[in-house]
Design a protein. Sequence first.
Length: 189
Amino acid sequence: MMRKTFTITLFLLAIWVGGLFYFGYSINHYQTNTSSHTDAIIVLTGGRNRITEASKLLNRKMADKLFISGVDKRTNLKNIQKTNKIRQLSMRDIEIGRQATDTESNAEETLDWVNSHHITSIRLVTSNYHMPRSMLEFRHLMPEIEIIMHPVYSERIEKKWWTSWQTFSLIFKEYNKFIFKLVQYQLQP
């Protein structure tokens, strides 16, 4: 019995480790669609360069609107513009959401905004390591919405993530959060 338990544990550990390395590889090898126009750009706060990248996409007319999800209650558009050194052509096309505090609530907040604006396609802007879980959350709540991934890469996140303790720790945590959510959604009726 102990030998069987050990074998199963070793097998599951090998699958988990293999998944971790696949996750680490895939987040650094996205094929980004830079030509398709969407109804809106959705950017999730919390990561370096995300808002700046989303603003550039709006300026390039990749969408008609920009929604920033998860904005702190004390922050306004002027603060965001100044902090992120945004040169926005028009601030009237940007709206902010203040309710989200995590990835799941980003998807919920965005769903409300998408429904109220009759949006059928979005470009989701978030950090590359955050993209798998974000896409899982968004597709779970919005299966009928076309979602184009637009990952943002930070110079602080090592591509060889296993060589930096800080990056390894970030990828390790994000991978485990992704696995937890994946299992949670698979077990839901």
